[in-house]
Structures are given as C-alpha cells and as structure tokens.
Design a binder for this molecule. Structure first.
Ligand SMILES: [Zn+2]
Length: 123
C-alpha cells in the first residue's frame, strides 16, 4: 500500500453545548488538518494521485469553514462542531470527491491545538 498525506489549516470559532467546562464558552481554534489517501496501484506517471488534487479539494472544503462560527453551518446544526465531527465531515466530503476504485481517503485528523487531535477513519 501507498499512503500520501497533506496538511492544511483553517481558523474558526465554535461552542460545544453539551460539555461542561471551558469548551461551552464561545472560543476559537486554528485547526490543522491532515488528510491521508491510501491505495495500492500507481498510475503510469508513478503517482498514486497528484498532491495538488488532494490539496485543492481539501482547500475547497476548508474554505467553507474558515473564519466562520461553526455552530451556524448546516452540517453542524444537528451535531456538535467538535474536532471529531470536523474530521468526519472533511473525511466524508473528501471521500465523495476523491475516492476511486484505486484510491480512497483513509483518515482525516483535526488538530485543535499542538497537543490534542481527533482522527476519523473507516475500517
Ligand atoms: Zn474548542
């Protein structure tokens, strides 16, 4: 198997309504996002997928989150905009764009600080 990884980031505010403690107050993070793409077959060009394609699709998804109050966005109306759910949202959106017979998004990690992150993947 081959794995490619790219990183990108966005800044946004959120409020976690169900959590007692600092996270129920409105606050922001500079989220760092890692996207991992996996596959076993390279193209004739020797590439699994062009890094630029992963970066462009990731950027499109993150642009919709950047400098927003995440609780106001439609994908987080019914679920909390936690790092876990942010990772899942990006994973599912990217999977729709990039998955083929040969490659798939294997995991997405959302770092909300230098020392804490959440990863979503599917077995
Ligand atoms: Zn937070």
């Amino acid at each position: 198997m081959y794995e490619l990884k790219i990183t990108d980031q966005f800044a946004a505010a959120h409020q976690l309504r169900e959590i007692k403690g600092g996270c129920e107050n409105l606050h922001g993070h500079n989220w760092k996002i890692e996207v991992t793409v996996a596959g076993s077959t390279l193209g004739h060009d020797g590439l699994l997928i062009d890094f630029r394609q992963i970066k462009n699709e990731t950027k499109n998804i993150l642009d919709a989150l950047d400098h927003r109050f995440l609780n106001d966005l439609k994908m987080f109306k019914a679920i909390e905009p936690s790092s876990e759910n942010i990772a899942r949202h990006i994973f599912e959106s990217l999977s729709q764009k990039l998955n083929t017979d040969d490659i798939r998004i294997s995991r997405v990690t959302a770092w909300e600080s230098d020392s804490a992150c959440a990863t979503y993947w599917m077995d």
